[in-house]
Structure formats: C-alpha cells, structure tokens
Design a protein around this ligand. Sequence first.
Ligand code: ZN
Length: 172
Amino acid sequence: MDLASIRSIRDQLDRLRVQVGESLYLAELAANSIAPPMTPETNPYSVNYLPVHPWGLASRQRLAELEPDLRYIANKLADIWDMTIIWGYRNEAQQTHAYNRGNGLPWPDSNHNVMPSRAVDIARHPLDWDDIAGFDEMIGAAYAIAKEAGIDNMRSGKYFSNRADYAHLELV
Ligand SMILES: [Zn+2]
C-alpha cells in the first residue's frame, strides 16, 4: 500500500469517527436530555388534557369554561382522584336560582359569573357533601398544586366567613 492510499484511508476513518460522534451525541440527547414535546393531551392547562382519572362528559364541558389556571388545578386533581366538576360558569338564571337557595352571591357578583369562569365547584367522585375529610384532602392538594405552579391567587371557599363552601375554588 502506498503512502497516498494510507492517507486516504486515514481521512475516511477521521470522517467516520466524526459521524459516529455526532450520532452518539444526538442519540444521547434524544434519550436523556430533551423533554417530550408538550401536546394538548399532556398539557394540564388544556381542555384536552388526559388526566389519570378521565373526566366525564359534563365535567369536561365545565372544564372548558374555566380560567386556564383553574383548569390546570382541576386537571392535576384528576391525576390524583376521580373528580367531578359541579359548576364552572353560571348564567344569570343559574346564579339567581343558586342565590335563592342560599348558595353564593346575587348575579353578577360571583366569580362563577364571568366567562371564562374564575370559580369552579369541584369534588371527588362519587360526590358526598358530608365527607369533610375528603374535601379537606382535596383542598390541601389544590393549594399544593397551585403553589407548585406559581398560582398564588387561588383560594378555597372553605374559608368563607359566612358559610364554608368546600367544593368552591376561585381566583381572586
Ligand atoms: Zn362555587
């Protein structure tokens, strides 16, 4: 083998080593460093998020009415428990009906009366209004989820001075 042939083979090997190095680097990135792209199904702010415990049809429709921060909290709660959304937005007739039964404020003063809604009534499924311990767990989880996401304006209706409203979460 003459010197020119040896140098040619060496140059080919150099190029191959570069290609191998690039491929290794890209494979390493794909395996370890790059998070999978966020899709609606993996984004808790999306109405199309797929939580561990899937939403029922009515709950998903109410989920769509919520401010994104509340939707995020609701979706993350549904990663922990099977949840039901009792109310998102309430129109004038619905709010007046609730008010006349002693629930909440007169139209249009409730955070349920804006679209998107700044309040949600949410509970673990199956709904049991007497399960105060269950509501307390849900409320604690909701505060932790909000804090972790940097949502600092959520509060629970549990702390309303006139009447504790355990299912109610709102943005203030
Ligand atoms: Zn409410």
